[in-house]
Design a protein around this ligand. Structure first.
Ligand SMILES: [Zn+2]
Length: 335
């Protein structure tokens, strides 16, 4: 415990020291990003105000624009196709931009910026539009956690609302978080969980937070993919953890998602980003056979992944640190 706290304080001190070096002008982001290197960046949702308490996956639209402006000026932004094929100038820092989960706010906040700076991005979408879901279960959980009473019964198990640093979450008496229960249980548990919160009235005011959960509809997906700066890829049909599902079901998740997105966009879908970054070697093979030529993890999981040409890592953009520290993380590939 002590070493974890020491580690955390050292990490915070390092971030502050970095900020000081940038502030004093001894370190320059343009210089750091002006050197050769490459990175795939991962964004999720964008909002108006930069809300950071609901989840760690959102960034303000203004900050996103300043990042794209910086990247388009000091690096080369390429499509995921060109990134995989290495069709870029290797003397320059190269980035590919990706978005996960398919939020409606991507259309309103990300697309105009991408078009303004002629920057390409790939959006990884689920099959939600096909089965009429207007939210993903983990966003549902984030939103109801804020709006729910302090205790909830899901399938006979009690979960209690807790607060840790910036965020709130539900946890059972054994210390296991509800989000982990939902991620590692059959889909029926997720359905039970949603029903329990809806019956407790926790979803009644959710509309006020729709920016944080509303997903793209089929016509909106079509509108997004009609832009020359946009590609789309698959992100699982229901956003379940595919490494935990039986292989047959996981393959079905990928197949159904690909089929739906190709039907909506009328374009081939050959890129895949694993929900939660979770995959298995068997899934990599199955996805390749299905026609996915570009597969994306978050962090590599297995020893052979680094050399596996089918797979690439991504760096998740962090809303809690300064822009200067963000560029250092992009450069080094870690926080
Ligand atoms: Zn996701």
């Amino acid at each position: 415990m002590l070493s974890r706290i020491t580690h955390k304080i050292a990490g915070q001190a390092q971030l502050l020291a970095n900020d000081f070096l940038f502030f004093a002008g001894w370190r320059k982001a343009e210089k750091i990003m002006g050197e050769p290197g490459r990175r795939i960046l991962l964004y999720h949702g964008l909002d108006n105000i930069g809300e950071k308490k609901l989840n760690s996956r959102f960034l303000s639209a203004a900050r996103f624009e300043s990042q794209i402006q910086f990247l388009s000026q000091h690096t080369q932004i390429v499509s995921l196709d060109d990134y995989f094929l290495e069709k870029f100038d290797k003397q320059r820092f190269t980035v590919a931009i990706t978005f996960d989960d398919g939020y409606r706010n991507n259309l309103h906040h990300a697309l105009p910026v991408l078009e303004k700076y002629a920057a390409h991005a790939t959006f990884f979408l689920t099959g939600a539009a096909d089965h009429g879901a207007t939210w993903l279960w983990m966003d549902f959980l984030d939103v109801v956690t804020r709006l729910a009473p302090p205790k909830i019964d899901v399938g006979g198990r009690l979960f209690y609302k807790k607060k840790w640093r910036r965020t709130q979450y539900f946890m059972d008496a054994d210390g296991r978080r509800l989000v982990d229960w939902a991620r590692h249980s059959p889909w029926s548990f997720v359905q039970k969980m949603e029903k329990a919160f809806i019956e407790a009235g926790a979803w009644e005011r959710a509309e006020t937070l729709s920016e944080y959960w509303a997903l793209l509809s089929s016509p909106e997906i079509k509108q997004l993919t009609d832009s020359p700066y946009v590609s789309i890829g698959a992100h699982g049909y229901t956003h379940q953890d595919l490494a935990y599902l039986p292989l047959e079901e996981a393959i079905r998740e990928l197949f159904d998602c690909k089929t739906v997105l190709e039907k909506i966009s009328r374009k081939p879908v050959d890129a895949l980003a694993y929900p939660f970054g979770a995959y298995t070697p068997a899934l990599l093979d199955a996805a390749e056979k299905m026609g996915f030529t570009k597969q994306l993890a978050v962090d590599f999981i297995f020893p052979n992944d680094q050399a596996d040409q089918r797979l690439r890592e991504r760096l998740t953009i962090n809303p809690y640190i300064s822009q200067a520290n963000q560029w250092l993380a992009v450069k080094h590939g870690r926080y």
